[in-house]
Design a binder for this molecule. Structure first.
Ligand code: SF4
Length: 235
């Protein structure tokens, strides 16, 4: 698959910016996707059982599509929707603590128009930035299986080859490794703030994922996240 992708990437990179398909087209397919039985069962069960605090809300309970500027040249790749976050609200990083951290940082960097992301329709917009994921469905324990990651790689492949991205911010080692594999390049060592500029490929920047596990423990601080975002937005 990486050979095919490399060919497709090369064709894309050699041409000027002419997206092969629109973000909306890929998003529409993602929303309908039911390829991973375990994740379909999980996302829908979470959506019907709900968390008590959200008992009166209608959960999205489907794959979560891209979010951001359809003309973006800077891409963020996260891991997967949170069960009661994006799986509830239907928008990436929306309605949970990870999103609180990430959107506040994007606001400080000047690419989000507000620092909070509560629900679809809250007025949040991104400028020059699009959000994607390695897995578009909420997985149990936030851990997609290798087979599920492989299955969902069809969408990561399509978004990475969609245009000449300037840079990709990879949130966590799974995103970092998968983006390298999908681009068909040797995987560089993951570490917060790592930067990899492969030939004829977007610049890759690594950040610890803004999960509560990292932010509550101080493994990821606001200055650290701001520094990674600044690296990602260079150029
Ligand atoms: S994880 Fe990806 S491939 Fe699997 S059902 Fe969800 S959208 Fe489809």
């Amino acid at each position: 698959m990486s050979g095919l992708l490399s060919q497709s990437m090369t064709m894309c990179l050699q041409s000027s910016f002419i997206p092969m398909e629109t973000i909306e087209q890929i998003s529409d397919e993602i929303i309908q996707c039911r390829l991973c039985p375990r994740l379909v069962e999980w996302r829908e069960r979470i959506g019907s059982e709900k968390r008590r605090a959200f008992a009166n809300e209608e959960y999205w309970a489907r794959p979560v599509p891209y979010f951001g500027d359809p003309n973006a040249l800077h891409l963020i790749v996260g891991l997967a929707p949170a069960a009661h976050g994006a799986n509830r609200t239907g928008r990436m990083f929306t309605g949970d603590r990870s999103g609180d951290w990430l959107f506040a940082a994007l606001f400080r960097a000047g690419v989000a128009n507000q620092p909070t992301s509560v629900q679809r329709g809250d007025g949040l917009t991104l400028s020059g930035v699009l959000m994607a994921a390695t897995c578009h469905c909420a997985p149990p324990d936030n851990k997609p299986s290798l087979d599920e990651l492989r299955e969902c790689n069809r969408y990561l492949t399509r978004i990475l080859s969609n245009r000449d991205w300037k840079s990709v911010l990879c949130l966590g080692s799974i995103a970092w490794n998968n983006v390298h594999r999908t681009l068909g390049i040797r995987i560089e060592k993951f570490g917060h703030g790592a930067v990899h500029q492969p030939t004829n490929r977007p610049r890759l920047v690594a950040s610890y994922h803004p999960s509560q596990q990292n932010t509550f423990t101080g493994k990821l601080t606001e200055p650290m996240l701001d520094a990674a975002i600044a690296q990602w937005l260079v150029g």
